[in-house]
Design a protein around this ligand. Structure first.
Ligand code: IMP
Length: 176
């Protein structure tokens, strides 16, 4: 069930505006490719990239997700690869939330193997208490405590992504 509203839409917009300002300041002199991690990051990705004050290349990557559980399996499978050549480019990986860090570690390693000039990570949310591997997040919207959240792209078993706000979700009990 949806337990408690964690972030209002106004708060999300404010957080994204702040991150976008930081990313904009970083873009000087770069040849940027923004890579959104499907599906969760789509809402953040469009909000973020539409606030950038210059033209950037956009692409998407998809790896395996949790499925209908709130725990990570710890193994990541590539489902959809990027289609642009990132050699020599400045890559910004855009992720919805960093939990254990395992997904991002694998994605960054996979992208680095293609010899981009740089790889940076932009995450809307981070749960540092849950981290199992050290992964640098260059731009982070908000750090949150260890609770499972849905909405604004985040799902539980593919549901709730389209909620405009971010809610805490408790797997047991009746869905709303
Ligand atoms: P990690 O590999 O454990 O860091 O997990 C990252 C991925 O797990 C994210 O891209 C999300 O798809 C998913 N995830 C982690 N925490 C949550 C959450 O609280 N709600 C929904 N999805 C989550």
């Amino acid at each position: 069930m949806l337990r408690e509203k964690v972030l209002t839409r106004e708060r999300i917009d404010h957080v994204i505006a702040t991150v976008a300002a930081e990313v904009n300041a970083d873009l000087e002199g770069r040849d940027p490719v923004f890579i959104g991690v499907l599906k969760g990051a789509v809402y953040f990705f469009t909000a973020l990239t539409s606030r950038l004050n210059r033209s950037v290349v956009v692409d998407f990557i998809q790896v395996s997700s949790y499925g209908a559980t709130t725990e990570s399996s710890g193994t990541v499978t590539l489902i959809k690869d990027v289609t642009v050549n990132i050699a020599g480019k400045d890559v910004y990986v855009v992720e919805d939330i960093v939990d254990t860090g395992l997904t991002l570690t694998d994605i960054v390693a996979l992208l680095r193997a293609r010899h981009p000039r740089s790889v940076q990570v932009v995450a809307l949310l981070s749960k540092p208490a849950r981290r199992r591997v050290e992964v640098p997040i260059d731009f982070v919207g908000l750090e949150i405590e260890d609770r499972f959240v849905v909405g604004f792209g985040l799902d539980f078993g593919e549901r709730f992504r389209n909620l405009p706000e971010i809610w805490e979700y408790a797997p047991d009990g009746e869905d709303e």
